[in-house]
Design a protein around this ligand. Structure first.
Ligand SMILES: Cc1ncc(COP(=O)(O)O)c(C=O)c1O
Length: 446
C-alpha cells in the first residue's frame, strides 16, 4: 500500500495534494514531468537531525550532502535550517555560493578534485576539505603554500565496513576508489604527512560506509575502527584532532518492504558508540559529523508525469508510458531502484490493474516501475511517483535531447518554481557548428 509522507494527502476532489497544492493543478500550471518537493517535509527532516543530536549532548555538525539534490533554493533552505553543506564539485560549490550559502559552512569531497576546483574552493574560503588520496594531499599542500591558506582537512578513511540496507560486510581491506585504506598502512602514512604539514590543519577523520542503510550495526563497527585510528593519532602521534565524520547513508522508504529507522535511532547508536570508544581509548569525545543526503531530499520529492500510450500484451503484461523516464530518474535503470506510484487525479479510485510504467526514452530498459498496482488510467492522467527527491534531478540528463523538467517547492498551498523547465533552445545553448560546416543560407536559423 502506498504510504503518503509529510503533507501529502488526498483532497476533496480525490486528487493527490502536496504542500497544500493540488498536484493536478501543478501539472497544468508547470507541465510534466515535474519534480514537486514538500518543503515542510524537507525542513522537518533537517530538524529531526538537530533534535536527535541535541539529545546526545555531543558537539555535532549535520552537513547536507548536496549531491542528492542541489539547487540554489535547496541551498537556501539548508542554510535556513542551520545545516552545513557537503559539495563534491565546483558546480555544487558555485550553486551554494551564488545562493549566499556561508562558505565556512561548506566542505568539499571527491576522489579526483581538480586543481581548478581546489583553487576555487580555497579562494572562496570554504570550511574544509575531505582529503581522499596522496595526489590530492600533494596538490592541496602545494596550492595552500602558494596561496598562503591553511584550510581544515579531514582524512577520508576506508574502515573495511560496507553497509547497505539490512546487511553489512566487514572486510580487512576495502576495495574502493575512495579514501585511504586503514588495513594497508596508507592511512598511517597520510596521517604522518598531515601532522608534519604546516599548511593543512588536520582536524579529523571521515568515513562513508554505504547507502540506504536500515540498521545501526555497520555504523557501530565503523565507529570502533575509526575511533581506534583517532585515538592512535591523538595519543601516539600528537595530532590535534576534534572531528569524527561518519558520512551519510541513512535509509528511506521507497517501497513497502523498506524499513528505515527513525533518525534518532541512528544518531543515538552512533553517539553511544563514539562515547564508549572515547572512554575506552582515553581520548576526549570528538565532535560527531554526519552527511545525510537521501534521507533529507528523498521522501520530500514526488515526480509527476502525464500518462500517454498504453500497450497490452495479452497474458503477458500491460505497459503504460509516461512523458519522462530514465533522463529525469536514472535510478531504476542504474540501480534497479523500485518506487511506488498512484494516479494523482484518481487517488481515491480502487486499484484495478497491474501496470508496468514505461519511460519515453529509446531504451528497452527505460522502465520506471515494473508491474505496480494502479487505478485504471487514461491518456492525459497524471501519474505521481513517490520518494524521488534524491539522486533524480541531480542525476538527470538530456538523453534523447529532451529538456530537463522544472522543480517546484510546495508549501501551505503555494507552489514556487525553483528550477525552470529547460527549453528546446537550452538544448542547443552550448552547441557550435564549425564555420566550414555552416549552411550558407537558410539554415541554421539563429
Ligand atoms: C562521502 C559521502 N557523504 C554523504 C553521502 C550521502 O549519502 P546518502 O545520500 O545515502 O545519505 C554520500 C553518498 O554517496 C557520500 O559519498
Amino acid at each position: 500500500m502506498v504510504l503518503l509522507h509529510g503533507t501529502s494527502r488526498i483532497n476533496d476532489r480525490g486528487h493527490l495534494e502536496i504542500g497544500g497544492c493540488d498536484t493536478v493543478e501543478l501539472a497544468k500550471r508547470f507541465g510534466t514531468p515535474l519534480y514537486v518537493f514538500d518543503e515542510a517535509l524537507l525542513r522537518e527532516t533537517c530538524r529531526e537531525f538537530h533534535t536527535a543530536f541535541r539529545k546526545t549532548g555531543l558537539r555535532y555538525q549535520v552537513a547536507y550532502a548536496s549531491k542528492a539534490f542541489c539547487t540554489q533554493a535547496m541551498c537556501r533552505l539548508v542554510d535556513e535550517e542551520g545545516l552545513h553543506l557537503d559539495v563534491v564539485s565546483a558546480g555544487e560549490l558555485h550553486t551554494a555560493l551564488t545562493a549566499g550559502f556561508p562558505p565556512e559552512k561548506i566542505h568539499m569531497h571527491g576522489n579526483n578534485k581538480s586543481r581548478e576546483e581546489l583553487t576555487y574552493a580555497l579562494e572562496a574560503g570554504i570550511g574544509g576539505f575531505v582529503l581522499d588520496n596522496f595526489h590530492e594531499l600533494n596538490l592541496l599542500a602545494e596550492l595552500t603554500e602558494r596561496m598562503g591558506r591553511r584550510p581544515s582537512v579531514l582524512l577520508r578513511l576506508t574502515p573495511g565496513v560496507e553497509a547497505h540496507t539490512h546487511e553489512y560486510i566487514q572486510t580487512g581491506q576495502q576495495d574502493t576508489k575512495f579514501g585511504f585504506d586503514l588495513a594497508s598502512g596508507q592511512a598511517d602514512e597520510a596521517a604522518h604527512r598531515l601532522t608534519a604539514d604546516q599548511n593543512l590543519n588536520w582536524v579529523g577523520i571521515h568515513c562513508h560506509i554505504g547507502s540506504q542503510i536500515f540498521e545501526t550495526e555497520g555504523f557501530a563497527i565503523a565507529v570502533d575502527r575509526m575511533m581506534e585510528f583517532y585515538a592512535k593519532a591523538v595519543n601516539q602521534w600528537g595530532a590535534d584532532l576534534r572531528v569524527l565524520n561518519v558520512g551519510g547513508g541513512f535509509g528511506i522508504r521507497y517501497v513497502e518492504e523498506d524499513r528505515p529507522l527513525p533518525v534518532r535511532v541512528y544518531i543515538e547508536a552512533i553517539a553511544d558508540r563514539v562515547k564508549a570508544a572515547a572512554h575506552r581509548l582515553g581520548v576526549e569525545v570528538p565532535e560527531v559529523w554526519v552527511e545525510p543526503g537521501r534521507r533529507i531530499a528523498g521522501p520530500a520529492g514526488t515526480t509527476l508525469y502525464t500518462v500517454g500510450a498504453r500497450k497490452e500484451i495479452p497474458g503477458v503484461r500491460r505497459y503504460i508510458s509516461v512523458d519522462g523516464g530514465m533522463a529525469d530518474n536514472p535510478r531504476p535503470i542504474i540501480y534497479q531502484a523500485r518506487y511506488e506510484a498512484i494516479i494523482a487525479n484518481r487517488a481515491r479510485e480502487p486499484v484495478q490493474e497491474l501496470a508496468a510504467v514505461a519511460g519515453r526514452y529509446c531504451e528497452t530498459g527505460d522502465m520506471l516501475i515494473w508491474d505496480t498496482p494502479l487505478a485504471r488510467s487514461a491518456p492525459g492522467d497524471i501519474l505521481a511517483v513517490f520518494g524521488t527527491g534524491a539522486y533524480t534531478y541531480s542525476m538527470a540528463s538530456n538523453y534523447n535531447r529532451t529538456p530537463r523538467p522544472a522543480v517546484v517547492f510546495a508549501r501551505e498551498g503555494r507552489a514556487d518554481l525553483v528550477v525552470r523547465r529547460e527549453t528546446l533552445d537550452d538544448l542547443i545553448r552550448c552547441d557550435e557548428i564549425p564555420a566550414r560546416m555552416k549552411k550558407k543560407e537558410g539554415y541554421p536559423v539563429s
